[in-house]
Design a protein around this ligand. Structure first.
Ligand code: ZN
Length: 358
């Protein structure tokens, strides 16, 4: 019950007692709590239960001012606070899901997709595109929990893979904000295959093109997302008190038949045991990302601009034939450019020792 609804109820009771003839109708929008109804003015903090004005909460990045709990944001809100103004350029916006299995539970899958699309205004549970983050170009993928629990179907997999491939070709930093309940059961094995597809694209991006991928885990990041790209980041960040895990807490407790520790599957717990690199509040996230980019831009790999289409294919061919293809390429580069050899010394010595053995 919202505050306004409570006040209107009191007013109605008073009017009833005073024998007035016409009693004002309570608008339907006040009947539900803020989280269910998009028109409601008030909402409750999910953690401490304090009643908060929705607009004030949005003005403060969706963070509760009393207990610092980070509420869920839509993908549009996340893009707006993370990127510079008017720099967002969406990619592959029109890819829409199909129903290959003709899946039907209480509602048919196509009907569920239709409802989610009209409710959120996006075609599937992820938005991908490019933009500027503190004047640095970045490829950004943002998942949306409001679209069928942020579940990963074939469209989410395809859009993210295309984004990663685009970022590899254009040599952009890659940031993916993860929030999901896992793979989409309505697409069966097709949704599970996306995990391998995205991971393969990330392997080329990270290990062959030597570029930087940062994954940001928000609440909740569970299931197939945690099992693939959420935990593959070169740097893995998380929001405070975010729920991050593979299976649910109850399932694990029943399987192990043990009581799980306090704070299990929260970002602070994972940080303590080394699963993630840092827990960063939403307010400082943009600054933190641009600082990481700046640090990375000074590292060695940035200096060799070796990605153009033909050379890239050649490198991948070399990589397939010989594990040291990338290092060979660096050796040629070093000979040609007379750049700082000391920085690459370790990798060259590894290469030479392997070659001698052959
Ligand atoms: Zn709170």
């Amino acid at each position: 019950m919202t505050i306004i609804y409570w006040m209107l109820l009191r007013k109605k009771m008073k009017l009833l007692k005073s024998k007035m003839i016409s009693i004002p109708e309570i608008p339907a929008s006040f009947m539900e709590t803020g989280s269910d109804n998009p028109h409601a003015l008030w909402t409750c903090c999910e953690f401490c239960g304090v009643v908060l004005h929705k607009r004030a909460l949005k003005g403060f990045f969706g963070i509760c001012p009393y207990c610092n709990f980070h509420h869920q944001l839509t993908s549009d809100e996340r893009i707006a606070f993370l990127l510079d103004k008017n720099t967002w350029y969406p990619l592959n916006e029109l890819i829409s899901p199909r129903d290959p299995l003709k899946f039907k539970d209480q509602k048919s899958y196509t009907r569920r997709i239709g409802i989610a699309q009209t409710y959120t205004g996006i075609t599937d549970a992820v938005q991908t595109g490019t933009g500027f983050l503190n004047k640095q170009p970045v490829a950004l993928g943002v998942m949306d929990f409001n679209f069928m629990g942020g579940s990963m179907g074939s469209v989410v997999g395809e859009k993210l893979t295309r984004l990663i491939e685009y970022a590899t070709k254009k040599r952009l930093y890659l940031v993916i904000i993860c929030t999901s309940g896992g793979a989409r059961m309505q697409e069966g094995v097709l949704s599970l295959m996306q995990m391998a597809k995205i991971s393969a694209a990330l392997h080329i991006y990270q290990n062959i093109a030597k570029l930087l991928y940062i994954s940001i885990c928000t609440s909740p990041t569970t299931g197939g997302i945690t099992a693939s790209f959420a935990m593959l980041g070169n740097i893995i960040l998380a929001e405070p008190r975010a729920l991050i895990g593979f299976a649910g807490r109850r399932v694990i407790a029943l399987t192990l038949r043990e009581e799980l520790p306090r704070g299990f599957q929260t970002s602070e717990y994972l940080l303590k045991y080394g699963h993630i690199d840092a827990v960063i509040s939403r307010i400082f996230l943009k600054e933190a990302l641009s600082e990481i980019f700046e640090l990375f831009s000074k590292t060695i790999y940035k200096k060799y601009d070796f990605i153009n289409e033909d050379k890239f294919k050649q490198i991948i061919m070399n990589y397939n034939n010989n594990d040291y293809g990338v290092f060979q390429y660096y050796r040629k580069k070093i000979k040609n450019n007379n750049v700082n050899k000391k920085l690459l010394l370790n990798k060259n010595t590894i290469y030479n020792s392997k070659k001698r053995k052959k």
